[in-house]
Design a protein around this ligand. Sequence first.
Ligand SMILES: *[C@@H]1O[C@H](CO)[C@@H](O)[C@H](O)[C@H]1NC(C)=O
Ligand SMILES: *[C@@H]1O[C@H](CO)[C@@H](O)[C@H](O)[C@H]1NC(C)=O
Ligand SMILES: *[C@@H]1O[C@H](CO)[C@@H](O)[C@H](O)[C@H]1NC(C)=O
Ligand SMILES: *[C@@H]1O[C@H](CO)[C@@H](O)[C@H](O)[C@H]1NC(C)=O
Ligand SMILES: *[C@@H]1O[C@H](CO)[C@@H](O)[C@H](O)[C@H]1NC(C)=O
Length: 428
Amino acid sequence: MGSKICIFLTLCGIILSVVHSNTGKLIKADEDLPTVYEYFRNASSNVALVAEADGFKLNGKKIKIISGAIHYFRVHPDLWRDRLKKLRAMGANTVETYVSWNLHEPKMGEFDFGNGTGDYSMFTDIRRYIQIAQEEDLLVLFRPGPYICTEFEFGGFPSWLQRDPDMKVRTNYQPYLDRVKIFFDALMAQVDDLLWTRGGPIIAIQIENEYGFFNNKSQEYLQFILDFFLNLGYANETLFFTSDGVGSGQWNLTWTFKTANFGGDVDHNFGTLREQQPDKPLMAMEYYPGWFDHWFEKHQVRAPGAFVDTLDGILGKYDGNVNLYMFHGGTNFGFLAGANAWHEVKHYDPDVTSYDYDATLSEAGDYTTKYYLGKALFELYQEPQIKRTELIPESAGPVKDFGTILIDSELQPTGFQEDNYWINSYAI
Ligand SMILES: *[C@@H]1O[C@H](CO)[C@@H](O)[C@H](O)[C@H]1NC(C)=O
Ligand SMILES: *[C@@H]1O[C@H](CO)[C@@H](O)[C@H](O)[C@H]1NC(C)=O
Ligand SMILES: *[C@@H]1O[C@H](CO)[C@@H](O)[C@H](O)[C@H]1NC(C)=O
Ligand SMILES: *[C@@H]1O[C@H](CO)[C@@H](O)[C@H](O)[C@H]1NC(C)=O
Ligand SMILES: *[C@@H]1O[C@H](CO)[C@@H](O)[C@H](O)[C@H]1NC(C)=O
Protein backbone atom coordinates (compact mmCIF):
# COMPACT_ATOMS: atom_id res chain seq x y z
CA MET A 1 0.00 0.00 0.00
CA GLY A 2 1.26 3.44 -0.82
CA SER A 3 0.35 6.62 0.92
CA LYS A 4 -3.25 7.53 1.01
CA ILE A 5 -5.27 10.47 2.04
CA CYS A 6 -8.17 9.83 4.28
CA ILE A 7 -10.62 12.62 4.72
CA PHE A 8 -13.24 12.66 7.34
CA LEU A 9 -15.24 15.42 8.83
CA THR A 10 -16.97 16.06 12.04
CA LEU A 11 -20.55 17.14 11.79
CA CYS A 12 -19.45 20.58 12.92
CA GLY A 13 -18.27 21.08 9.37
CA ILE A 14 -14.58 20.91 10.17
CA ILE A 15 -12.69 18.92 7.59
CA LEU A 16 -9.47 17.28 8.59
CA SER A 17 -6.96 15.66 6.30
CA VAL A 18 -4.82 12.93 7.72
CA VAL A 19 -2.04 11.55 5.61
CA HIS A 20 -1.08 7.97 6.14
CA SER A 21 2.07 6.75 4.51
CA ASN A 22 3.32 3.83 6.50
CA THR A 23 0.93 0.98 6.06
CA GLY A 24 2.82 -1.32 3.75
CA LYS A 25 5.06 -3.34 6.03
CA LEU A 26 3.95 -6.60 7.60
CA ILE A 27 5.80 -7.52 10.75
CA LYS A 28 6.62 -11.21 10.81
CA ALA A 29 5.07 -13.15 13.63
CA ASP A 30 7.66 -14.36 16.10
CA GLU A 31 7.14 -18.09 16.38
CA ASP A 32 9.35 -18.55 19.43
CA LEU A 33 7.29 -16.47 21.83
CA PRO A 34 4.12 -17.69 23.59
CA THR A 35 0.70 -16.16 23.09
CA VAL A 36 -0.87 -14.43 26.10
CA TYR A 37 -3.00 -17.47 26.84
CA GLU A 38 -0.15 -19.96 26.30
CA TYR A 39 1.88 -18.02 28.83
CA PHE A 40 -0.73 -17.43 31.54
CA ARG A 41 -3.16 -20.34 31.25
CA ASN A 42 -2.56 -23.39 33.34
CA ALA A 43 -4.90 -26.34 33.10
CA SER A 44 -4.62 -27.07 36.80
CA SER A 45 -4.95 -23.56 38.21
CA ASN A 46 -6.45 -20.23 37.11
CA VAL A 47 -5.61 -17.79 39.88
CA ALA A 48 -7.19 -14.33 39.61
CA LEU A 49 -5.29 -11.13 38.94
CA VAL A 50 -3.74 -9.65 42.09
CA ALA A 51 -1.97 -6.33 42.66
CA GLU A 52 1.25 -6.83 44.62
CA ALA A 53 4.10 -4.51 45.55
CA ASP A 54 6.26 -5.69 42.66
CA GLY A 55 3.45 -5.63 40.10
CA PHE A 56 0.36 -7.44 38.90
CA LYS A 57 0.32 -11.25 38.97
CA LEU A 58 -1.99 -13.33 36.83
CA ASN A 59 -2.04 -16.98 37.75
CA GLY A 60 0.99 -16.22 39.87
CA LYS A 61 3.00 -14.78 36.96
CA LYS A 62 4.06 -11.18 36.60
CA ILE A 63 2.12 -9.19 34.02
CA LYS A 64 2.43 -5.61 32.87
CA ILE A 65 -1.10 -4.71 31.75
CA ILE A 66 -0.91 -3.06 28.33
CA SER A 67 -4.46 -2.29 27.35
CA GLY A 68 -6.52 -0.22 24.97
CA ALA A 69 -10.17 0.84 25.14
CA ILE A 70 -12.59 -0.23 22.40
CA HIS A 71 -16.29 0.09 23.23
CA TYR A 72 -18.36 -2.58 21.46
CA PHE A 73 -21.30 -0.14 21.22
CA ARG A 74 -19.23 2.34 19.19
CA VAL A 75 -18.00 -0.12 16.57
CA HIS A 76 -20.12 -2.03 14.07
CA PRO A 77 -20.09 -5.68 15.17
CA ASP A 78 -18.77 -6.75 11.75
CA LEU A 79 -15.64 -4.77 12.63
CA TRP A 80 -15.14 -5.94 16.23
CA ARG A 81 -12.58 -8.55 15.26
CA ASP A 82 -10.73 -6.18 12.93
CA ARG A 83 -10.32 -3.58 15.70
CA LEU A 84 -9.31 -6.16 18.30
CA LYS A 85 -6.70 -7.64 15.92
CA LYS A 86 -5.25 -4.16 15.44
CA LEU A 87 -5.03 -3.67 19.19
CA ARG A 88 -3.28 -7.01 19.68
CA ALA A 89 -0.92 -6.27 16.78
CA MET A 90 0.12 -3.05 18.51
CA GLY A 91 1.48 -5.23 21.30
CA ALA A 92 -1.37 -4.87 23.81
CA ASN A 93 -2.33 -7.89 25.92
CA THR A 94 -5.69 -6.50 27.12
CA VAL A 95 -8.79 -4.67 25.88
CA GLU A 96 -10.99 -2.49 28.08
CA THR A 97 -14.70 -1.93 27.58
CA TYR A 98 -17.50 -0.12 29.32
CA VAL A 99 -21.04 -1.56 29.35
CA SER A 100 -23.92 0.60 28.10
CA TRP A 101 -26.95 -0.11 30.28
CA ASN A 102 -29.22 2.03 28.07
CA LEU A 103 -28.66 -0.26 25.06
CA HIS A 104 -29.03 -3.45 27.06
CA GLU A 105 -32.29 -2.45 28.74
CA PRO A 106 -33.94 -0.13 26.22
CA LYS A 107 -37.30 -0.58 27.94
CA MET A 108 -37.63 -1.20 31.64
CA GLY A 109 -37.33 -4.95 32.25
CA GLU A 110 -36.70 -5.82 28.56
CA PHE A 111 -33.17 -6.97 27.97
CA ASP A 112 -31.16 -7.00 24.80
CA PHE A 113 -27.94 -8.95 24.54
CA GLY A 114 -27.98 -9.24 20.77
CA ASN A 115 -31.37 -10.97 20.80
CA GLY A 116 -33.62 -7.90 20.70
CA THR A 117 -35.58 -6.29 17.90
CA GLY A 118 -34.45 -2.66 18.17
CA ASP A 119 -32.11 -0.72 15.89
CA TYR A 120 -29.17 -1.17 18.26
CA SER A 121 -29.68 -4.81 19.01
CA MET A 122 -26.78 -5.94 16.84
CA PHE A 123 -24.40 -3.87 18.96
CA THR A 124 -25.42 -5.52 22.21
CA ASP A 125 -24.04 -9.06 22.02
CA ILE A 126 -21.49 -8.27 24.67
CA ARG A 127 -20.82 -11.93 25.35
CA ARG A 128 -19.72 -12.40 21.74
CA TYR A 129 -17.52 -9.31 21.90
CA ILE A 130 -15.71 -10.59 24.97
CA GLN A 131 -15.33 -14.04 23.42
CA ILE A 132 -13.82 -12.53 20.26
CA ALA A 133 -11.34 -10.64 22.45
CA GLN A 134 -10.26 -13.96 23.93
CA GLU A 135 -10.06 -15.56 20.48
CA GLU A 136 -7.77 -12.69 19.49
CA ASP A 137 -5.47 -13.41 22.45
CA LEU A 138 -6.56 -10.49 24.62
CA LEU A 139 -7.52 -10.25 28.28
CA VAL A 140 -10.44 -8.00 29.26
CA LEU A 141 -10.88 -5.14 31.75
CA PHE A 142 -14.61 -4.95 32.42
CA ARG A 143 -16.21 -1.62 33.37
CA PRO A 144 -19.94 -2.20 33.88
CA GLY A 145 -20.74 1.11 35.55
CA PRO A 146 -23.70 1.29 36.06
CA TYR A 147 -22.80 4.92 35.32
CA ILE A 148 -20.10 5.05 32.62
CA CYS A 149 -19.98 8.72 31.57
CA THR A 150 -17.93 8.10 28.38
CA GLU A 151 -19.56 11.01 26.52
CA PHE A 152 -22.49 8.68 25.91
CA GLU A 153 -26.20 9.46 26.19
CA PHE A 154 -27.07 10.01 29.91
CA GLY A 155 -23.72 8.45 30.88
CA GLY A 156 -25.03 5.05 29.80
CA PHE A 157 -28.16 5.19 31.96
CA PRO A 158 -31.50 4.30 30.37
CA SER A 159 -33.66 7.40 29.98
CA TRP A 160 -36.65 5.61 31.51
CA LEU A 161 -35.00 5.86 34.93
CA GLN A 162 -36.08 9.51 34.91
CA ARG A 163 -39.75 8.64 34.72
CA ASP A 164 -39.52 8.40 38.48
CA PRO A 165 -39.70 12.10 39.41
CA ASP A 166 -37.75 11.38 42.61
CA MET A 167 -35.00 9.45 40.88
CA LYS A 168 -31.51 10.09 42.31
CA VAL A 169 -29.05 8.09 40.24
CA ARG A 170 -25.64 7.18 41.71
CA THR A 171 -26.99 7.44 45.24
CA ASN A 172 -28.56 5.18 47.80
CA TYR A 173 -32.06 5.91 46.56
CA GLN A 174 -33.65 2.49 46.89
CA PRO A 175 -35.67 2.40 43.63
CA TYR A 176 -32.41 3.21 41.78
CA LEU A 177 -30.50 0.47 43.59
CA ASP A 178 -33.29 -1.97 42.76
CA ARG A 179 -32.98 -1.22 39.02
CA VAL A 180 -29.17 -1.54 39.19
CA LYS A 181 -29.49 -4.95 40.75
CA ILE A 182 -32.02 -6.14 38.16
CA PHE A 183 -29.78 -4.98 35.31
CA PHE A 184 -26.56 -6.32 36.82
CA ASP A 185 -28.20 -9.71 37.42
CA ALA A 186 -29.13 -9.89 33.73
CA LEU A 187 -25.71 -8.62 32.61
CA MET A 188 -23.62 -10.91 34.74
CA ALA A 189 -25.69 -13.92 33.66
CA GLN A 190 -24.22 -13.20 30.20
CA VAL A 191 -20.57 -13.06 31.25
CA ASP A 192 -20.32 -14.93 34.55
CA ASP A 193 -18.41 -17.82 32.97
CA LEU A 194 -16.10 -15.42 31.16
CA LEU A 195 -14.12 -14.51 34.26
CA TRP A 196 -10.46 -15.50 34.01
CA THR A 197 -10.81 -17.96 36.89
CA ARG A 198 -13.66 -19.69 35.06
CA GLY A 199 -11.85 -19.99 31.74
CA GLY A 200 -12.67 -16.60 30.19
CA PRO A 201 -10.72 -13.38 29.57
CA ILE A 202 -12.13 -10.96 32.22
CA ILE A 203 -9.30 -10.24 34.67
CA ALA A 204 -10.69 -7.23 36.55
CA ILE A 205 -13.96 -5.38 37.22
CA GLN A 206 -14.35 -1.65 37.83
CA ILE A 207 -16.65 -0.37 40.58
CA GLU A 208 -18.72 2.63 39.35
CA ASN A 209 -16.84 5.23 37.30
CA GLU A 210 -14.86 8.29 38.36
CA TYR A 211 -17.16 8.49 41.34
CA GLY A 212 -14.75 10.94 42.96
CA PHE A 213 -15.96 13.63 40.56
CA PHE A 214 -19.58 13.16 41.61
CA ASN A 215 -21.10 15.91 43.70
CA ASN A 216 -23.11 13.70 46.04
CA LYS A 217 -20.80 10.83 46.93
CA SER A 218 -21.80 8.14 49.34
CA GLN A 219 -19.58 5.33 50.48
CA GLU A 220 -22.66 3.16 51.04
CA TYR A 221 -23.52 3.36 47.35
CA LEU A 222 -20.04 2.28 46.26
CA GLN A 223 -20.22 -0.49 48.82
CA PHE A 224 -23.54 -1.58 47.33
CA ILE A 225 -21.92 -1.95 43.89
CA LEU A 226 -18.99 -3.89 45.30
CA ASP A 227 -21.28 -6.07 47.44
CA PHE A 228 -23.29 -6.97 44.38
CA PHE A 229 -20.21 -8.70 42.93
CA LEU A 230 -19.13 -10.15 46.26
CA ASN A 231 -22.57 -11.69 46.60
CA LEU A 232 -21.99 -13.43 43.26
CA GLY A 233 -18.98 -15.09 44.89
CA TYR A 234 -16.35 -13.08 43.04
CA ALA A 235 -14.21 -12.25 46.09
CA ASN A 236 -11.27 -14.34 44.90
CA GLU A 237 -12.23 -14.51 41.26
CA THR A 238 -11.19 -11.09 40.02
CA LEU A 239 -9.52 -7.82 40.94
CA PHE A 240 -11.88 -4.95 41.79
CA PHE A 241 -10.73 -1.44 40.99
CA THR A 242 -11.83 2.16 40.85
CA SER A 243 -10.60 4.77 38.38
CA ASP A 244 -10.43 8.51 39.06
CA GLY A 245 -8.59 11.73 38.54
CA VAL A 246 -6.05 11.85 41.38
CA GLY A 247 -7.39 15.15 42.70
CA SER A 248 -11.05 14.20 42.54
CA GLY A 249 -11.68 13.31 46.16
CA GLN A 250 -12.28 9.64 45.52
CA TRP A 251 -9.46 8.45 47.63
CA ASN A 252 -11.00 8.25 51.06
CA LEU A 253 -13.96 6.33 49.75
CA THR A 254 -12.21 3.37 48.26
CA TRP A 255 -11.08 0.04 49.52
CA THR A 256 -10.55 -1.48 46.09
CA PHE A 257 -7.42 -1.15 43.94
CA LYS A 258 -7.03 2.46 42.78
CA THR A 259 -6.05 3.56 39.29
CA ALA A 260 -5.55 7.06 37.88
CA ASN A 261 -6.93 8.81 34.80
CA PHE A 262 -4.84 11.45 33.06
CA GLY A 263 -3.44 12.75 29.81
CA GLY A 264 -0.07 14.17 30.87
CA ASP A 265 2.18 15.09 33.83
CA VAL A 266 2.95 11.53 34.81
CA ASP A 267 5.12 12.71 37.75
CA HIS A 268 2.22 14.49 39.40
CA ASN A 269 -0.36 11.81 38.65
CA PHE A 270 1.67 8.72 39.50
CA GLY A 271 3.36 10.57 42.36
CA THR A 272 -0.02 11.31 43.94
CA LEU A 273 -1.32 7.81 43.24
CA ARG A 274 1.77 6.32 44.90
CA GLU A 275 1.22 8.49 48.01
CA GLN A 276 -2.42 7.40 48.17
CA GLN A 277 -1.64 3.77 47.53
CA PRO A 278 1.93 2.75 48.33
CA ASP A 279 3.13 -0.81 47.73
CA LYS A 280 0.87 -1.41 44.75
CA PRO A 281 1.52 -1.31 41.03
CA LEU A 282 0.78 1.96 39.24
CA MET A 283 -1.90 1.94 36.59
CA ALA A 284 -3.25 4.64 34.30
CA MET A 285 -6.74 3.30 33.66
CA GLU A 286 -7.48 6.14 31.26
CA TYR A 287 -4.44 7.54 29.53
CA TYR A 288 -5.67 9.97 26.88
CA PRO A 289 -3.93 9.90 23.48
CA GLY A 290 -6.50 12.45 22.32
CA TRP A 291 -9.80 13.91 23.46
CA PHE A 292 -13.46 14.13 22.45
CA ASP A 293 -15.16 16.95 20.57
CA HIS A 294 -18.08 19.21 21.40
CA TRP A 295 -20.17 20.73 18.65
CA PHE A 296 -19.01 24.20 17.61
CA GLU A 297 -15.52 23.67 19.00
CA LYS A 298 -12.30 22.90 17.15
CA HIS A 299 -11.39 19.24 16.65
CA GLN A 300 -9.25 18.19 19.61
CA VAL A 301 -5.81 16.84 18.82
CA ARG A 302 -2.88 15.70 20.95
CA ALA A 303 0.61 15.76 19.45
CA PRO A 304 2.30 12.40 18.90
CA GLY A 305 5.47 13.60 20.66
CA ALA A 306 3.66 14.50 23.88
CA PHE A 307 1.66 11.27 23.68
CA VAL A 308 4.76 9.13 23.49
CA ASP A 309 6.69 11.06 26.17
CA THR A 310 3.96 10.50 28.75
CA LEU A 311 3.50 6.87 27.69
CA ASP A 312 7.24 6.34 28.10
CA GLY A 313 6.98 7.80 31.61
CA ILE A 314 4.06 5.51 32.48
CA LEU A 315 5.62 2.29 31.20
CA GLY A 316 9.31 3.05 31.64
CA LYS A 317 10.20 5.59 34.32
CA TYR A 318 7.38 4.42 36.63
CA ASP A 319 7.30 0.80 35.42
CA GLY A 320 3.53 1.25 35.30
CA ASN A 321 0.55 -0.24 33.50
CA VAL A 322 -1.70 1.43 31.00
CA ASN A 323 -5.07 1.47 29.30
CA LEU A 324 -5.15 3.79 26.27
CA TYR A 325 -8.42 5.68 26.44
CA MET A 326 -9.23 5.44 23.61
CA PHE A 327 -7.17 3.00 21.58
CA HIS A 328 -9.99 3.28 19.04
CA GLY A 329 -12.91 5.57 19.75
CA GLY A 330 -15.36 4.72 16.98
CA THR A 331 -18.70 6.43 16.48
CA ASN A 332 -21.63 7.59 18.60
CA PHE A 333 -24.27 6.09 16.32
CA GLY A 334 -27.75 7.55 16.11
CA PHE A 335 -28.37 10.16 18.77
CA LEU A 336 -26.26 8.41 21.38
CA ALA A 337 -23.58 11.10 21.74
CA GLY A 338 -23.54 12.49 25.28
CA ALA A 339 -22.96 15.99 26.54
CA ASN A 340 -21.37 17.92 29.31
CA ALA A 341 -23.59 20.10 31.45
CA TRP A 342 -21.80 22.51 33.71
CA HIS A 343 -23.61 23.77 36.73
CA GLU A 344 -21.17 26.55 37.64
CA VAL A 345 -22.08 28.42 34.47
CA LYS A 346 -25.30 26.96 33.18
CA HIS A 347 -24.66 25.62 29.75
CA TYR A 348 -24.95 22.47 27.78
CA ASP A 349 -22.14 21.15 25.56
CA PRO A 350 -23.28 18.29 23.34
CA ASP A 351 -20.67 15.92 21.91
CA VAL A 352 -20.36 15.26 18.19
CA THR A 353 -21.26 12.00 16.47
CA SER A 354 -17.66 11.04 15.76
CA TYR A 355 -15.77 9.55 18.70
CA ASP A 356 -12.53 9.51 16.71
CA TYR A 357 -10.84 10.93 19.81
CA ASP A 358 -7.64 11.58 17.86
CA ALA A 359 -6.89 8.07 19.10
CA THR A 360 -4.17 5.60 18.10
CA LEU A 361 -6.49 3.92 15.59
CA SER A 362 -8.66 6.36 13.66
CA GLU A 363 -12.44 6.25 13.51
CA ALA A 364 -12.10 4.62 10.07
CA GLY A 365 -9.82 1.92 11.52
CA ASP A 366 -6.57 3.30 10.12
CA TYR A 367 -3.19 3.23 11.85
CA THR A 368 -1.87 6.61 12.97
CA THR A 369 1.54 7.97 13.88
CA LYS A 370 0.61 7.44 17.52
CA TYR A 371 -0.16 3.79 16.77
CA TYR A 372 3.36 3.16 15.49
CA LEU A 373 5.03 5.16 18.26
CA GLY A 374 3.01 3.38 20.93
CA LYS A 375 3.71 0.01 19.33
CA ALA A 376 7.46 0.56 19.62
CA LEU A 377 7.11 1.37 23.33
CA PHE A 378 4.83 -1.61 23.95
CA GLU A 379 7.44 -3.88 22.36
CA LEU A 380 10.16 -2.33 24.49
CA TYR A 381 8.39 -2.54 27.84
CA GLN A 382 6.11 -5.57 27.52
CA GLU A 383 6.27 -8.14 30.29
CA PRO A 384 6.15 -10.97 29.47
CA GLN A 385 7.33 -10.95 25.86
CA ILE A 386 4.45 -12.22 23.78
CA LYS A 387 4.20 -13.48 20.26
CA ARG A 388 3.69 -10.65 17.80
CA THR A 389 0.76 -10.72 15.43
CA GLU A 390 0.62 -9.31 11.92
CA LEU A 391 -0.58 -5.84 11.03
CA ILE A 392 -3.71 -6.34 8.97
CA PRO A 393 -4.82 -3.87 6.28
CA GLU A 394 -6.22 -0.53 7.42
CA SER A 395 -9.82 0.46 6.66
CA ALA A 396 -11.96 -2.55 5.89
CA GLY A 397 -13.94 -0.53 3.37
CA PRO A 398 -13.66 2.73 1.45
CA VAL A 399 -13.48 5.90 3.55
CA LYS A 400 -16.07 8.32 2.25
CA ASP A 401 -16.22 12.07 2.31
CA PHE A 402 -19.78 13.02 3.16
CA GLY A 403 -19.29 16.67 2.23
CA THR A 404 -19.76 19.74 4.34
CA ILE A 405 -22.82 20.17 6.47
CA LEU A 406 -23.85 23.71 7.28
CA ILE A 407 -25.53 24.21 10.61
CA ASP A 408 -27.51 27.44 10.51
CA SER A 409 -29.52 27.20 13.68
CA GLU A 410 -29.19 25.68 17.08
CA LEU A 411 -31.82 24.39 19.48
CA GLN A 412 -31.32 25.95 22.89
CA PRO A 413 -31.80 23.45 25.66
CA THR A 414 -34.45 24.32 28.18
CA GLY A 415 -35.60 22.74 31.38
CA PHE A 416 -32.32 22.47 33.24
CA GLN A 417 -33.36 21.10 36.57
CA GLU A 418 -31.36 22.35 39.48
CA ASP A 419 -31.60 19.12 41.41
CA ASN A 420 -30.56 17.10 38.38
CA TYR A 421 -27.09 18.57 38.33
CA TRP A 422 -26.15 15.82 40.69
CA ILE A 423 -27.13 13.34 38.04
CA ASN A 424 -25.82 15.19 35.07
CA SER A 425 -22.74 16.80 36.51
CA TYR A 426 -20.60 15.06 33.94
CA ALA A 427 -21.56 13.62 30.58
CA ILE A 428 -25.27 13.02 30.22
C1 LIG B 1 0.23 -24.75 37.16
O1 LIG B 1 0.02 -24.16 38.43
C2 LIG B 1 0.42 -24.99 39.53
C3 LIG B 1 0.00 -24.29 40.80
O2 LIG B 1 0.47 -22.97 40.82
C4 LIG B 1 1.94 -25.21 39.43
O3 LIG B 1 2.36 -26.07 40.46
C5 LIG B 1 2.28 -25.87 38.08
O4 LIG B 1 3.67 -25.96 37.93
C6 LIG B 1 1.71 -25.02 36.94
N1 LIG B 1 1.88 -25.73 35.69
C7 LIG B 1 2.43 -25.14 34.63
C8 LIG B 1 2.50 -25.99 33.41
O5 LIG B 1 2.85 -24.00 34.64
C1 LIG C 1 -32.59 -11.78 25.46
O1 LIG C 1 -31.94 -12.70 26.32
C2 LIG C 1 -32.03 -12.38 27.70
C3 LIG C 1 -31.21 -13.38 28.47
O2 LIG C 1 -31.57 -14.67 28.19
C4 LIG C 1 -33.49 -12.40 28.14
O3 LIG C 1 -33.60 -12.02 29.49
C5 LIG C 1 -34.27 -11.40 27.29
O4 LIG C 1 -35.64 -11.50 27.59
C6 LIG C 1 -34.05 -11.69 25.81
N1 LIG C 1 -34.64 -10.59 25.07
C7 LIG C 1 -35.53 -10.76 24.11
C8 LIG C 1 -36.02 -9.52 23.44
O5 LIG C 1 -35.92 -11.86 23.77
C1 LIG D 1 -27.69 12.72 47.71
O1 LIG D 1 -27.66 11.34 48.05
C2 LIG D 1 -28.54 10.96 49.09
C3 LIG D 1 -28.41 9.48 49.33
O2 LIG D 1 -27.13 8.98 49.10
C4 LIG D 1 -29.98 11.29 48.70
O3 LIG D 1 -30.82 11.00 49.80
C5 LIG D 1 -30.09 12.75 48.32
O4 LIG D 1 -31.37 12.99 47.85
C6 LIG D 1 -29.07 13.08 47.25
N1 LIG D 1 -29.16 14.50 46.92
C7 LIG D 1 -29.36 14.91 45.67
C8 LIG D 1 -29.45 16.38 45.50
O5 LIG D 1 -29.44 14.14 44.74
C1 LIG E 1 -10.67 -15.82 49.44
O1 LIG E 1 -9.35 -16.29 49.72
C2 LIG E 1 -8.94 -16.11 51.04
C3 LIG E 1 -7.49 -16.50 51.18
O2 LIG E 1 -7.00 -17.16 50.07
C4 LIG E 1 -9.82 -16.93 51.93
O3 LIG E 1 -9.44 -16.74 53.28
C5 LIG E 1 -11.27 -16.53 51.74
O4 LIG E 1 -12.11 -17.36 52.47
C6 LIG E 1 -11.66 -16.58 50.28
N1 LIG E 1 -12.98 -16.02 50.14
C7 LIG E 1 -13.95 -16.58 49.42
C8 LIG E 1 -15.26 -15.88 49.40
O5 LIG E 1 -13.77 -17.61 48.82
C1 LIG F 1 -9.28 12.60 52.47
O1 LIG F 1 -7.87 12.44 52.41
C2 LIG F 1 -7.15 13.63 52.26
C3 LIG F 1 -5.68 13.31 52.15
O2 LIG F 1 -5.44 12.00 51.84
C4 LIG F 1 -7.43 14.56 53.43
O3 LIG F 1 -6.78 15.79 53.19
C5 LIG F 1 -8.93 14.79 53.55
O4 LIG F 1 -9.20 15.54 54.69
C6 LIG F 1 -9.69 13.48 53.61
N1 LIG F 1 -11.11 13.75 53.56
C7 LIG F 1 -11.99 13.15 54.34
C8 LIG F 1 -13.42 13.55 54.14
O5 LIG F 1 -11.67 12.30 55.14
